[in-house]
Design a binder for this molecule. Structure first.
Ligand SMILES: [Zn+2]
Ligand SMILES: [Zn+2]
Length: 776
């Protein structure tokens, strides 16, 4: 008997070749009906024999599912049979169903394309720009919508008849693959010297010669999918050091690329899960525990316990590694903390002093996108940086926003977010706004993506911090309603919206800096939070932070303040000079910690000049790292805390004492005075730094657990959400999760967005979306 059913499919089903796949399957099975995008995904109408429809659904969710699609749900309802309907059609989407979702992320080369590239008889043999519906650049080449070839940077290349035939054949893997190209009609590759003069114009030779230059220990700038990389042999210490000097990046670990998972396994420990993430279509950098005594050059990743590895993802990378390359440093093509470079001329101009050669191509990158970085928390992959491969995949909310929203994010690791209808779309990692070029890039990115997603924000949401550039930018916009959201509340909101919840939950947020409602710098907070409101339940007891901006870099500042707080005004009498003397002076800065300098800071503390009250946990990590002689200066964000985590001795269960102080009208306070005194006694006794670090981490874990238990007692809530940059610390986070679960708590974490400030804009947008729901 003939039946008609409507199937509502949700998940990642737009912009991934889902409708053509549905079309092909329906035609093969002789089903009539239609397929089209809707606001939540894709609707399929099927008409035919019931058992054929059942077969269709089974196949669509297994063998016939396009590789990039992820079906979250497929709900079927019966519909009236339409007599005379005997064809299956792909219907154009109504405008409500598209716009936001039609641009998808950049995807690593698929298996089919790689097989063709290696096949001597294929007309794309050895072609570095091979792609299909299931792979290739997307987001990085789109200028405007609709997502059609003329609106991408591929408009410069006219398809040859062979490519055009595949592009317009609905049964072909390249049906409507906008970047489709071949050696006859598509982009070309060439090699230049550092001044941009062509050395080799023939594609195959250019790649072979680039490999030769790399093997000689030279630096090659390689244009990829989202921008230029600076590449150098990761096994050659002198070459890596030269790259550090020229790029002006003294300390931050470099990422590496390898041609196969077997190669990565020679240098790092790769779990089954990590292997899956490395091989995923998103192809991110994955942080992996180092293997002992590996032959990777020491200065690739000094002072951390992990290597950041990724596999080849552009066809070009595969061709390069096929030249017998083992493992390359592949770091962002930029100077210091400036934006990633993606244009040919800019690369020569800015990187001419860094790279010895450039592997160039003429497929323009319209939007620079950094590599994403993933690590594992509680056995699950979590991003530290969300960019290529993941952006602009939206998060779906319950209900629609009545107005479009723009959320500015924070000033560090900045992302911004748009809310439109039921979707939240976060930008890729932009960087730290204090760099003038990054700020400029931030402003132009907002404008570009606003147009790309057709968003007209009426509500703009930003941080509470009056000095943030992102706050000032929000305030400069006219004709919009401004909503300011407290930093730590936004962190917890980002967790809630990721899990489709609205709260309330017990939120524990630990990070470096977040402007508080009382004007202090918050940073270790227990809040009772929903999307609607939050209340501060407890926090780390305030201490003074002398020297404003300098305090987040120079560990001596929080250290002296914490000593003073623990020992009182006359802490110098406590005979701690030995401790101050072992703090490593910084050769690069004018901040050698001689007695004059500490005197100046102590004087500042005594008189309260240029001091701000803080509950920052990040700065406590800095101080402890300094006391353990791990360094005195954060050259990059969280350098000292990461060094402290890296030395933890495993198997230590001891901890220090701490106090939770409650009073009638105040939030509960966590006092670490006893912790620090015991810790310093351990240092004086000569206990190993790895053991002390473990005890310190263990203390924080049980202290935060104790705070959560108090919050549960008073609120009867039993779900804890964790967020903030400190929860990028794997030891602390894994331990705390375990202890919370053992105590009967449900635990929520950021899963698809970073726990650091990279996830902040998502939380801001979610809170503003909730405000709108209630106000209209
Ligand atoms: Zn492909
Ligand atoms: Zn062609």
């Amino acid at each position: 008997m003939t039946k008609r059913q409507k199937i509502f499919v949700t998940g990642r089903v737009q912009g991934v070749g889902f409708r053509p796949a549905v079309y092909r399957l329906a035609c093969r099975l002789g089903l009539a009906g239609a397929v089209y995008n809707d606001t939540k995904g894709v609707t399929i109408e099927l008409q035919g024999e019931e058992k054929t429809i059942v077969e269709f659904l089974a196949r669509l969710q297994s063998d016939d599912k396009p590789p990039l699609a992820e079906i979250k749900s497929a709900a079927a309802v019966d519909a009236p049979v339409i007599h005379g309907d005997d064809k299956f059609t792909i219907r154009p989407s109504d405008s409500q169903g598209t716009a936001l979702s039609q641009v998808t992320a950049d995807i690593a080369a698929c298996r089919d394309c790689l097989a063709e590239m290696a096949d001597k008889n294929d007309f794309r043999y050895g072609y570095p720009f091979i792609n299909c519906t299931n792979c290739g650049p997307r987001y990085s080449i789109v200028k405007t919508i609709p997502y059609d070839r003329p609106n991408t940077t591929m408009s410069a290349f006219e398809m040859c008849p062979k490519c055009a035939a595949q592009y317009s054949d609905v049964t072909d893997r390249r049906f409507h693959a906008q970047p489709v190209a071949c050696p006859a009609c598509g982009p070309k590759i060439w090699l230049t010297d550092s001044a941009g003069r062509t050395i080799e114009a023939q594609s195959g030779n250019a790649i072979a010669q680039a490999a030769t230059v790399l093997r000689a220990g030279k630096i090659v700038a390689i244009k990829g999918i989202g921008g230029f990389h600076l590449a150098v042999d990761a096994l050659a210490e002198q070459a890596v050091q030269r790259l550090r000097r020229r790029k002006r990046r003294d300390h931050k670990p470099f990422a590496m690329m390898a041609g196969s998972i077997e190669t990565i396994k020679k240098y790092a420990i790769v779990s089954e899960f990590a292997e899956q993430v490395l091989k995923s279509p998103q192809s991110p950098i994955v942080l992996l525990p180092k293997k002992k005594d590996s032959s990777i050059a020491p200065s690739v990743a000094d002072g951390v316990e992990t290597f950041g590895f990724m596999l080849c993802y552009a066809p070009l990378h595969y061709l390069l590694f096929a030249q017998g390359i083992e493992v390359l440093v592949m770091t962002s093509g930029n100077i210091a903390d400036e934006p990633l470079i993606c244009k040919n001329e800019a690369a020569i101009e800015k990187l001419g002093q860094v790279a010895d050669a450039f592997l160039m191509h003429d497929r323009e990158i319209y939007r620079q996108v950094d590599d994403s970085v993933i690590h594992f928390i509680d056995g699950q992959p979590v991003p530290l940086r969300r960019a290529r491969g993941y952006v602009p995949t939206p998060i779906f909310m319950e209900g629609n926003c009545r107005e479009d929203i723009f959320a500015t994010g924070s000033d560090l690791k900045t992302t911004f977010c748009f809310a439109k209808r039921n979707q939240l779309i976060c930008s890729e990692h932009i960087g730290d706004l204090e760099d003038a070029e990054v700020y400029h890039h931030y402003i132009s990115s907002i404008e570009h993506l606003r147009r790309l997603f057709e968003v007209e924000p009426k509500v703009v949401v930003c941080d509470l911090h009056p000095a943030y550039l992102s706050t000032q930018y929000a305030r400069s916009l006219s004709g919009v309603k401004i909503v300011q959201v407290q930093h730590h509340w936004a962190h917890i909101a980002s967790v809630l919206v990721e899990h489709g919840l609205s709260g309330p939950v017990i939120g524990i947020v630990c990070d470096g800096t977040g402007y508080g409602t009382d004007g202090a710098i918050w940073g270790c907070e227990c809040i009772i939070a929903s999307l609607e409101k939050f209340e501060r339940f407890g926090h780390l007891a305030y201490y003074d932070l002398p020297g404003a901006d300098k305090a987040s870099k120079e560990a001596i500042r929080p250290l002296l303040s914490l000593l003073k707080k623990s020992w009182g005004k006359d802490f110098r009498l406590a005979n701690l000079d030995w401790l101050l003397e072992q703090i490593k002076p910084e050769p690069h800065e004018n901040t050698t910690y001689d007695i004059r300098n500490t005197k100046y800071i102590i004087d500042q503390l005594d008189r309260g000049v240029n001091c701000v009250q803080t509950s920052s946990l990040g700065r406590v990590f800095d101080a402890v790292a300094a006391m353990l002689a791990l360094g005195g200066y954060n050259h990059f964000d969280a350098q000292l805390p990461m060094a402290l985590e890296a030395i933890i001795e495993s198997g230590i269960e001891d901890h220090y004492n701490f106090e939770l102080i409650s009073s009638a009208n105040q939030a509960m306070q966590l006092d670490l005075g006893k912790t620090l005194k015991q810790l310093i006694a351990d240092v004086q006794k000569g206990l190993g730094a790895g053991t002390i670090s473990a005890k310190f981490h263990n203390t924080l874990s049980i202290a935060l657990l104790a705070m959560a238990k108090q919050a549960r007692e008073s609120t009867k809530l039993d779900t804890v959400a964790l967020s903030g940059g400190v929860f990028c610390n794997r030891y602390l986070t894994n331990r705390l999760i375990k202890q919370l679960k053992q105590d009967g708590f449900g635990v929520l974490l950021n899963r698809e967005f970073p726990a650091n400030d990279g996830g902040l804009s998502l939380g801001q947008a979610a809170i503003a979306g909730d405000v709108l729901k209630r106000e209209f």
